[in-house]
Design a protein. Structure first.
Length: 160
């Protein structure tokens, strides 16, 4: 795996693929509802600081966590695959396999390789498995969450 500062890409135009991994509204609503229940439980009808602090800590913390997990982008541009936390030249990639919901579930769970790099989001059920062919990298594959696995696979195969 190549660190984010190890690959210098020269932008020469539009990317072959670009997707922002935003959490959908139902994730925000569900997370905020759970945070509100947790804050109300901690409040427990007490007065004073205990009436305010749980809401002032839990709700903003939940929003910060959701914003942090929604910051990521999957991008293929100028021969480089960029995902949250890593970048790698496309020349270091081997086979590319688009996965549906069941294939993604299996590679996240029972068939997962411990050395694999996962750039996944729980709210995205499809993904792409990318074989790593770099002899200096012991990572067997990357599993990348995406809403458009076929389009990402095409971009990685050079047919963007």
């Amino acid at each position: 795996m190549v660190g984010s500062n190890d690959v210098q890409a020269v932008t020469s135009g539009l990317p072959d693929y670009d997707e922002r991994l935003l959490a959908p509204p139902w994730v925000w609503l569900g997370a905020l509802a759970v945070a509100l229940i947790v804050a109300a439980t901690l409040h427990g009808g007490a007065g004073g600081a205990r009436a305010v602090v749980p809401y002032a800590v839990v709700l903003p913390g939940t929003v910060a966590a959701l914003l942090s997990s929604s910051r990521g982008r999957v991008r293929v541009a100028d021969g480089v695959l960029s995902v949250p936390g890593a970048r790698i030249p496309i020349t270091s990639l081997g086979g590319v396999t688009p996965l549906d919901k069941e294939g993604t579930r299996r590679l996240r769970g029972p068939l997962a390789e411990p050395r694999a790099f996962l750039a996944t989001r729980s709210w995205l059920t499809s993904s792409v498995r990318v074989q790593i062919e770099d002899p200096d990298d012991d990572t067997p594959y990357w599993l990348i969450s995406t809403r458009r696995p076929q389009a990402l696979a095409q971009a990685l195969r050079g047919r963007g």
